[in-house]
Design a binder for this molecule. Sequence first.
Ligand SMILES: [Fe+2]
Length: 221
Amino acid sequence: MLRSEVNNILLEGDAFIRSLGFRLPPFAYYTPSEMRSKSDTDIFRNRLGWDITDYGAGRFDRMGLFLFTIRNGRAADLAKARGMLYAEKIMISRENQLSPMHRHDVKAEDIINRGGGDLILEIYESDESGMVDRTRPVSVPVDGELRKVKPGSYLCLKPGESVTLMPGIWHAFWAEKGDCLIGEVSTVNDDLTDNTFEEPIGRFASIDEDEAPVHLLVSDY
Ligand SMILES: [Fe+2]
């Protein structure tokens, strides 16, 4: 992606978040030089902040996601079973913009429609080899009540609704009837190791520096 494209997406995303009454923490607005001076903080260590991806495919409008990691613990603490074992993100899926089919080995996540359009999820169980099982229905908690989703049908979350996705549940999602603000409340998050995609794609964009960054992305530090 061009840095100018990333800058625009970042500013448009911030405006959309504000339009729905949500606010990002102060570190969202550090200048690049301010952010570079924070290398000894949890912002760097736990990879908090802006994360805009086209999954390496170069068509952000078709396949991509705006993310901002608000809080995150340390995956190493999971073995100790104590510490900051949770994470929170705010995301924007644009109308008909796909976040492609993937699963996590460690992270359980609640995906929450925080406002805007509808959030549509395609979800499947894993088969014995861990791949997508498109033959069996899957039951997932939707706001605490199990909902059965038949293979090939979609789960629609209206504003305020959420789904709990346990490790191993394959999921892809996109917005309909407008862009959607999405919350994610999860187990401590490691995006470098805990995303398995069905198709061979990347998690992070590669950036061509055609102008200066407005704010640094997590992948910049
Ligand atoms: Fe996920």
